[in-house]
Design a protein around this ligand. Structure first.
Ligand code: B12
Ligand code: SF4
Length: 458
């Protein structure tokens, strides 16, 4: 039995853009969901993982599969349906899973033979058995998996050439920010994989650098932090020799022992969602966590960086509280915090989030001709009407923010500081140049976008 597991490309974010800026090579990440499905698949299946981000596959030249599994974030949905249509045209059954299939079940059902909602660990073997017998059901409800049942992913199946390997050590987030799908999809309970499994899986990854995809690597409660420390100790003891980056909330900075253990275990960078420079913005987004204990964020960032861990911060533009000038304000705040990189994104209503419900009820979603419009749900295009910022204004704010934070002057200053503190200056430089290079690409993309979709914002 032959199984294709496919990660569809989005021409607005994938290899097309990699060609425009060579630094983007460092931004093509492995599709862990498919590697995990492969890890659960019995040996009688011959598996091929196709990551369309690596280049256009020659499907007609490939042997006919017995089953096709497609994953998709919302931004990949339109391409996912094209791929599904191609294989269904050949009479091959197609099953889709992942966040978009879960949040937009009715839509997805119209394009594929079968859908897995939620986490797939509990149902995947049944899916394969049903497919073998030619009796796939229309829907399988995976729900939340037993975290100890998460298998080791097949790190051997993708070709070399990715800058980073990928691993997951925990699932779920209790914080339920209004714009984020994680709590709705993976649940509010923070679930951690057994430490020996994580260490074994790290050992199976051949890349030197690894992305730990957890939404919050350390968790929020004391027992989560204790486990994170145990994990980092076990990683150090196993002498993994990996350098890795992960995502965490700002409480990462609150525990010196945690930071020291993370750094010793190979942590070189952390993505943190700061989201808004204004307390009222954080309240609007439900990100009250960042306001707790009267936190001094600049000091927190410094404490992390002292362990030679870089801090990449993300902010959102388009909040109800945002006024003209917000782009520059964010760039200044990110500079003041001392961030190594800044990732500014448009406020985007993703299906299944509280923000989606609110904006839909208010009739504020401008790009709603689905599935075609899903390709713009990359958070790098405005898709909604913003309270105080017109389409032109919100794009202007985004561009102003990036031009300011990634000006040569500011990059040079950050580089000097990184050299001075011996904190991975080369990595910081590559990251900053990659963002800077994309400003021009983005400006061109906005021109096309406005000519194709601008009238929807009137
Ligand atoms: C790593 C990651 C990335 C990587 C992607 C790597 C890759 N190629 O997969 C990068 C950094 C590139 C990325 C980019 C983006 N991401 Co992202 N990302 C994540 C993150 C943190 C982890 C994903 C992951 O690997 N999870 C681990 C795997 C094992 O879980 P999983 O994918 O859910 O798979 C399980 C099930 O869903 C199911 N399943 C999945 N696929 C399939 C397929 C079949 C056939 C079956 C049966 C089952 C199945 O089985 C798996 C095992 O249970 C998630 C958050 C999260 N918790 O998932 C956000 C997340 C997926 N990203 C999100 C977003 C918004 C984006 C961006 C649009 C914007 C951005 N800048 O972040 C871009 C879009 C990229 C694009 N190509 O269009 C949203 C998606 C929401 C949505 N409705 O689409 C998420 C949920 C975060 C959030 N805050 O809401 N992301
Ligand atoms: S944005 Fe981060 S903290 Fe907020 S719900 Fe999503 S994963 Fe949790």
């Amino acid at each position: 039995m032959r199984l294709y597991l496919i990660n569809p490309s989005n021409p607005l974010v994938s290899i097309v853009k990699v060609r425009e800026s060579r630094w983007n090579r460092y931004r093509v990440w492995k599709p862990l969901s498919l590697m995990l499905l492969a890890g659960m698949t019995p040996p009688e299946w011959e598996i091929t993982i196709v990551d369309e981000n690596l280049g256009a596959p020659d499907y007609p030249g490939m042997p006919r599969p017995d089953l096709v599994g497609i994953t998709a974030f919302t931004s990949q949905a339109s391409r996912a349906y094209e791929v599904a249509g191609y294989f269904r045209g050949l009479g091959v059954p197609v099953i889709m899973g992942g966040i978009h299939a879960t949040m937009c079940l009715d839509e997805v059902m119209a394009f594929v033979d079968s859908v897995v909602t939620g986490e797939a660990e509990g149902v995947w073997l049944q899916v394969l058995e049903d497919a073998r017998q030619g009796s796939l059901k229309r829907q399988y409800a995976g729900g939340l998996a037993e975290i100890k049942d998460v298998p080791l992913a097949r790190h051997d199946l993708l070709p070399a050439g990715y800058a980073f390997g990928a691993i997951q050590t925990s699932r779920g987030c209790p914080l339920n920010c209004t714009f984020c799908s994680v709590t709705a999809f993976n649940g509010a309970r923070y679930r951690q994989r057994p430490i020996p499994d994580v260490v074994r899986e790290f050992q199976a990854i051949h890349e030197k650098r690894v992305l730990v995809v957890d939404d919050n690597l350390i968790g929020t409660r004391t027992e989560h932090i204790v486990r994170a420390k145990d994990l980092f100790r076990a990683m150090t003891e196993a002498n993994l020799r990996k350098e890795w980056v992960g995502q965490a909330t700002i409480n990462f900075a609150d525990d010196e022992e945690l930071l020291a253990l993370a750094a010793e275990a190979g942590c070189r960078g952390v993505f943190i969602g700061f989201e808004s420079p204004a307390p009222e913005g954080l309240r609007e987004l439900g990100k009250k966590f960042n306001l707790l204990k009267g936190r001094d964020i600049r000091d927190s960032v410094r404490r992390i960086q002292r362990h030679k861990i870089m801090v990449v911060g993300s902010f959102i533009i388009g909040l109800d509280v945002d006024q003209p000038g917000i782009g520059e304000r964010i760039a200044n705040m990110a500079g003041y915090y001392g961030l190594d990189s800044l990732n500014a994104l448009f406020l985007t209503p993703l299906p299944g989030t509280r923000l989606w419900d609110q904006m839909k009820a208010d009739g504020r979603i401008a790009l709603n001709a689905y599935p075609e419009d899903w390709k713009y749900y990359t958070l790098t295009y405005p898709v909604a009407r913003y309270t105080n910022l017109s389409l032109d204004a919100v794009i202007h704010e985004m561009t102003a923010c990036n031009r300011d934070f990634y000006s040569i002057r500011r990059i040079a200053r950050r580089l000097c500081s990184n050299v001075w503190k011996n904190r991975a200056p080369l990595v910081s430089l590559v990251g900053n140049l990659s963002y800077r290079g994309n400003i021009r690409v983005d400006c061109r993309a906005y021109v096309d976008f406005k000519s194709q979709r601008g009238d929807r914002f009137d």
